[in-house]
Design a protein around this ligand. Structure first.
Ligand SMILES: [Zn+2]
Length: 357
């Protein structure tokens, strides 16, 4: 009986939309084994997503695809759509927490089929960190249905954050990640990775990038430095450049922290993307600017950076600030071509497998 309500809701949503008619989701992974989606259905979804991007383009605003959103399902989805509308965010890759399961994203996407892009669960819960391999079997089955457009964010090393206290480390070269990298390679779906960029933790990631050259990896939150004594290599434009030259399928989403803000764990200024004066504090940091070396890197490799808000329920009120920071301090400083790539064209290519036309 428990499964009937979401099923009825999902069916009603399907009837409400021409696109959703082509995309009637399985509301519960455990009850309804996923079936592969005919390619026409995926094509119809992509046509709907493209239409929304063009609609925003027509208003003169730069559309954004948010590739990293942690949806706990505690808020009304309409609240997220409202924030997206106000901020020119065309599409959101909506990842689910482990408790919900990936199929939850399908029901959400069916309510707003041109706006919400289903992503699988995030690797952030007790099953993932407890190395429950049945979770990986489920993920593989879900990913192969063709109904999802991205995998995760999956956590390797994770420090305490502003909204949770997970101090954990599931190594990138563990059997769990081996399974996820393989799924990414087999399906072509982009894999979002959370890994703290300590020097000592880079080799485990490099081993995997070398072993899985076809996996499209988005390493989240680049331009962050949470510890100046143990993070010396990666959080610099030169370190990122070295990685991009070595690993052509690697992309980064940009650090979402506001200029001058400090990491809760180490009390060090988190966002090294910007030159700012932390003593001035406050939300606006009117003098903050994109650091010239980071700007040069973004212009040199515009095809390897994307925008993710990293918003979750606890940070929901921060949504507009995050997008405004990216628009004002990053996108507005770039050439038009680089800004378009980073705002939506790269994400489009990662989710569709094709260049934006
Ligand atoms: Zn993260």
């Amino acid at each position: 009986m428990k499964g009937l309500l979401p099923l009825r809701r999902a069916l009603a949503a399907c009837l409400l939309s021409v696109l959703a008619l082509l995309f009637c989701p399985a509301p519960n992974h455990a009850e309804t084994p996923p079936a592969s989606v005919p390619s026409t259905d995926r094509a119809a979804l992509l046509a709907g997503y493209a239409a929304e991007i063009r609609r925003i383009q027509a208003t003169g605003e730069l559309p954004i695809i948010d590739v990293e959103h942690h949806w706990g399902g505690k808020l009304e989805l309409s609240a997220l759509l409202d924030r997206m509308d106000r901020n020119g965010v065309a599409l959101t890759w909506l990842g689910q927490n482990e408790k919900h399961g990936s199929a939850h994203a399908l029901a959400d996407a069916a309510k707003y089929p041109g706006r919400i892009v289903p992503a699988t669960i995030h690797g952030d819960g007790p099953r993932w960190h407890g190395r429950d391999m049945t979770l990986l079997d489920e993920l593989a089955a879900d990913a192969k249905t063709g109904r999802y457009f991205a995998l995760g964010e999956f956590e390797a090393r994770h420090y305490v954050s502003s909204t949770n206290s997970r101090d954990v480390h599931l190594p990138v070269d563990s059997p769990s990640f081996e399974a996820v990298f393989r799924i990414a390679e087999e399906t072509g779906l982009p894999l979002l990775l959370h890994h703290e960029a300590e020097d000592a933790l880079l080799p485990e990631l490099e081993r995997m990038l070398t072993a899985h050259p076809k996996a499209q990896v988005i390493w989240c939150h680049v331009g962050r430095n949470r510890n100046r004594s143990t993070w010396t290599r990666l959080p610099t434009p030169d370190g990122v450049r070295e990685f991009l030259r070595k690993y052509p399928n690697l992309s980064f989403d940009l650090n979402q922290a506001k200029p001058g803000s400090r990491h809760r764990g180490t009390n060090q200024v988190d966002a090294v993307l910007y030159d700012s004066d932390p003593s001035k504090g406050g939300d606006n940091q009117p003098d903050a600017r994109l650091n010239a070396n980071w700007l040069a890197l973004l212009e040199e490799f515009p095809e390897h950076f994307v925008i993710g808000t990293d918003v979750n329920t606890g940070r929901f009120d921060d949504y507009t600030r995050v997008v405004e920071t990216f628009r004002r301090l990053v996108l507005a400083r770039l050439t038009k071509a680089a800004a378009e790539r980073i705002a939506y064209k790269n994400a489009w290519k990662l989710m569709s497998g094709e260049e934006w036309k």
